[in-house]
Write a protein that binds this ligand. Structure first.
Ligand code: PEP
Ligand code: MN
Length: 337
């Protein structure tokens, strides 16, 4: 439940409400707005009636949240979450482009791509050092050496770094080298991993599971939020359907739905959604139109030589073409880039 305090309610009143909720087994989250404080009690709603809380001095009203997710909901927070990473904001007016290779293959490759990404005007570089490959015989990533390369590429070109973390034990180490932690599709319901990233102060991009419903995806985000990390963004990367022409089916309605149901930034990954570079640009533009706050895109200077996902990677030329188009589309939907 949400306990909306009166304007200027005393600290004592806020504490009293918090204690009452905790006594009933709720976990308390405080949101201090400019005018009012909201005390959110997250837990089993059958544990107590609202009327005794409403009677506490300084309480304006009590609102029940009907959805199973609480902290992610628009009821809990009406305004959009804006994540700040230095001078880069995600979820504000500006559309953010995260781009780079599927996997870091070598220092030379990563630096070459960082240069392309920077030149095109993007601010965030993607690149996998730990790859969740379907086949154990495929390239698994360079591991910590890959992270070191990414960090160097980021520092050399003034780019923020996003990279995937696959296991709880590696979270702190991956966070040391990067600015955003990516939870891959296959890990969306790795609850120990979600709990671990909830404990650190680093933004997290949570990819939708291969066959996850919108509700399951938001509940996975709720794990991270409820553990104390409020810097969560959702990423739609296509879901498994009967269609086999594309690698996955980009669920654009999920983008619009996630924006309506939650206050979290939503990112679209047209690369994994389509698996075909020719479809990446149109789907990227569609994602922005559907309300996405950013894109995560695979770029490789020589896709035919890529160790992973070359067929869906954009060349420098195609990436630059996309950015020119995004500028137009962003303008049309009242966003900036
Ligand atoms: C990736 O972004 O490199 C990746 C493996 O994506 P997904 O988890 O969406 O399959
Ligand atoms: Mn990939």
């Amino acid at each position: 439940m949400l306990v909306v305090m009166e304007k200027g309610a005393s600290e004592e009143a806020i504490m009293k409400v918090s204690e009452k909720l905790e006594e009933r087994g709720f976990v308390v989250h405080l949101t201090r707005g400019v005018e009012r404080t909201i005390v959110a009690g997250v837990g089993d709603p059958t544990r107590g009636t609202d009327s005794s809380i409403e009677a506490i001095d300084g309480v304006d009203r009590v609102i029940g949240i009907m959805t199973p997710y609480k902290l992610a909901s628009r009821e809990f927070q009406a305004e959009d979450t804006v994540i700040e990473i230095g001078d880069v904001t995600i979820g504000g007016k500006e559309i953010q482009i995260m781009a780079g290779p599927c996997a870091v293959e070598s220092r030379g490759q990563a630096l070459e791509i960082a240069h392309i990404v920077k030149n095109a005007g993007a601010k965030i570089m993607r690149g996998g050092a730990y790859k969740p490959r379907t086949s154990p015989y495929d390239f698994q990533g360079l591991g910590e050496d890959g992270l070191k390369i990414l960090k160097e590429a980021g520092e050399t070109y003034g780019l923020k770094i996003i990279t995937e973390v696959m296991e709880p034990g590696a979270v702190e180490m991956v966070a040391h080298y990067s600015d955003i932690l990516q939870i891959g599709s296959r890990s969306m319901q790795n609850f120990p991993l979600l709990k671990k990233v909830s404990e650190i102060d680093k933004p997290v991009l949570l990819k939708r599971g291969l066959s996850a419903t919108i509700g399951e995806w938001i509940m996975a985000a709720e794990y991270i939020l409820s553990g104390g990390n409020r810097k969560v963004m959702l990423c739609e990367r296509g879901i498994r359907t009967f269609e086999s022409f594309t690698r996955n089916t980009l669920d654009l309605s999920a983008v619009a739905a996630a924006k309506q149901l939650t206050h979290l930034p939503v990112i679209v990954d047209p690369s994994h959604a389509t698996g075909k570079w020719r479809l990446v640009n149109p789907m990227a533009l569609a994602g922005i139109t559907a309300g996405a706050d950013g894109l995560i895109i695979e770029v490789h200077p020589r896709p035919s030589e890529a160790l992973c996902d070359g067929s869906q990677s954009l060349t420098e030329e195609n990436f630059n073409k996309l950015l020119a188009k995004i500028k137009q589309v962003a303008n049309a939907v009242d966003r900036e880039i």
